[in-house]
Write a protein that binds this ligand. Structure first.
Ligand code: SF4
Length: 295
């Protein structure tokens, strides 16, 4: 069996940076306070469990923290109002918002200050989206061009378009063209999509054409990991989405000569390496067993 691991498998720059900041905080903990992350630092249960065992706790931002506590803002960013509340409480804030998300927040804020209405292409319940819209008092979130068409856009109002960083580029371009053609040819379009997601998706599509089966590793609650699995599945090959090596369906995978392996942007390299090693060892073992039976 040949195993091909995608070059883009695993952490993106923003997640890597955020976890470095959290690691630094864990290595230099506050003397009396607690280290909190606002919500999960990333969508990966194994990584979260590890930090929990090191004393890192999660807060939902609703309860007041002690001035001695440290709060890490995760890569997705947080709503401006919560950030301001932490500042008012004099809590030590370690801002691990991905620089690309930060840039999107700043760009949105600048446009919104000119009394413009934000049209945001994204998932309305996603933490990054909640953070982005907090910088634009007037906003509309939509998840597709079809949904955008159902909204009434008013003649007297100036609009601008932006997207959640992980949205699909092709869909965004279609939305942009629709707005420029039908609503306002001079509308400001903010290019806030991150190439990390697209690069991963393109590679999994390409890799799916060269293998017979695809293993996608990452949190079941990670949107970008689920999307990778969906892309592989849509190409028609056998696809399995797992979080850890123990979930590998060895019997099914044993039928394939060439297998691809990719992972979401929040999957650490040690889990990817563990899946690769376990797969190779278990498949070797099962083929040895088969040969013994034939003898
Ligand atoms: S996917 Fe892109 S925007 Fe999102 S955290 Fe990673 S690098 Fe940042």
């Amino acid at each position: 069996m040949e195993l091909i691991i995608a070059k883009t498998a695993g952490f993106c720059m923003g997640v890597d940076l955020a976890l470095h900041k959290l690691d630094n905080a864990v290595a230099n903990p506050p003397q009396e306070g607690i280290i909190y992350t606002l919500g999960p630092i990333i969508h990966n249960p194994q990584v979260l469990e590890l930090y929990k065992s090191q004393g890192v706790q999660q807060t939902d931002g609703k309860k007041n923290l002690a001035a001695t506590d440290v709060v890490i803002i995760r890569a997705h960013g947080i709503p401006r109002q919560i950030l301001d509340r932490f500042k008012d409480q004099n809590i030590t804030i370690i801002d691990a918002t991905c620089p690309k998300v930060k840039k999107a927040q700043i760009l949105i804020h600048k446009q919104a200050e000119q009394n413009k209405h934000l049209l945001l292409f994204g998932e309305r319940d996603h933490p990054e989206v909640r953070g982005l819209v907090s910088y634009a008092p007037k906003h509309t979130v939509f998840e597709s061009l079809e949904e955008l068409r159902t909204h009434t856009l008013h003649d007297g109002q100036k609009y601008f378009l932006a997207a959640q960083t992980t949205q699909d580029r092709e869909s965004f371009d279609a939305i942009r063209d629709y707005l420029l053609l039908n609503v306002d040819s001079s509308m400001v379009i903010l290019d806030t999509i991150c190439a990390a997601t697209k690069d991963r998706q393109e590679e999994v599509r390409e890799l799916s054409g060269r293998v017979q089966a695809m293993i996608v590793v990452g949190g079941k609650n990670s949107g970008n990991t689920r999307r990778l699995a969906q892309i592989a599945l849509e190409t028609g090959i056998y696809t399995v989405h797992i979080e850890i090596a123990q979930e590998l369906p060895i019997k099914e995978l044993a039928q394939f000569e060439r297998i691809g392996l990719t992972a979401g942007a929040s999957t650490p390299s040690w889990i990817i390496a563990d899946v690769a090693t376990t797969l190779q060892e278990r498949l070797r073992y099962s083929s040895e067993e088969k040969s013994k039976k034939k003898l």
